[in-house]
Design a protein around this ligand. Structure first.
Ligand SMILES: [Zn+2]
Length: 253
């Protein structure tokens, strides 16, 4: 079923039985008047931070609470159509999480510097969409340590805290630096990444919660190891409490 969730713009049908405004278990052959069917284009799931992380499956304007469906049977069907999440055109294949190919070549949000922030080329005057770059990349970023399948370093826009960590499935996260731009965040991430991983091992995440890590002690240690090279890039060393996340997992596979 994972492939259903791996691209945006794909047209999906979700079936279950409707009761009190939520979706109830899909009941196979027996269709009552309560049974329901929702169709729409898949978008990135919405997450919210609470005692337990909550996930909303977005189909166009509709949001389905996945937490409420845990333990229930529902049917998901891919309807063999993908529409680009940017221009809406029909596309055979989904590129970069829901775009048609021409849009991936045109949009700044699909450029390589989005996955490799240290390659941000805004300053060279070659940003594909300078206005988008100003709004997204020339903004304060946060460098953090997180624990999803072990410790890793990462970066995010300040406005993406704490969504970024729930998207990654991190159980702990500690913001450590504020920096001025996406480029600076990428450079700092690279320096720290030489002392701690910068990748997530998703296979390991399927085996259960990772062991708790003292992220603050780890941050002190690697910042010390990198030393003065960080100074010109860092706006502020953060001293905030670590975030903790509990996921609505009933059983690991
Ligand atoms: Zn497009």
């Amino acid at each position: 079923m994972n492939w259903c969730f791996s691209f945006g713009g794909g047209c999906l049908r979700v079936e279950g039985a409707r009761k009190k405004g939520t979706i109830f278990p899909y009941n196979g052959a027996r269709r009552s008047e309560n049974s329901m069917k929702l169709e729409g284009h898949l978008r990135k799931m919405r997450t919210s931070h609470g005692e337990t992380v909550r996930y909303g499956l977005l189909l166009d304007e509709q949001e389905i609470s996945l937490n409420d469906l845990l333990g229930s049977r529902i049917r998901l069907s891919f309807l063999d159509k993908i529409h680009c999440i940017e221009c809406g055109k029909l596309t055979k294949k989904s590129w970069q999480q829901g775009h048609c190919y021409p849009c991936t070549l045109k949009l700044a949000s699909c450029d390589v510097c989005i996955v490799k922030p240290e390659l941000c080329h805004y300053a060279a005057g070659t940003c594909r969409e300078p206005k988008w770059g100003e709004d997204h990349c020339m903004k304060t970023h946060v460098v953090y340590l997180a624990n999803s399948s072990g410790a890793k370093v990462g970066i995010t826009r300040e406005t993406q805290v704490p969504t970024r960590w729930m998207d990654q499935g991190a159980v702990q996260a500690l913001p450590i630096f504020k920096v001025k731009t996406r480029l600076d965040s990428g450079l700092v991430e690279k320096m720290l990444g030489e002392h701690v991983a910068d990748k997530t091992n998703w296979q390991r995440m399927l085996k259960g919660d990772p062991e708790s890590i003292d992220l603050r002690a780890l941050a002190d240690k690697i910042i010390d190891e990198v030393g003065d090279a960080l100074k010109p890039l860092v706006l502020e060393r953060l001293d905030v409490p670590a975030y903790n996340f509990n996921y609505p997992v009933t059983k690991y596979p």
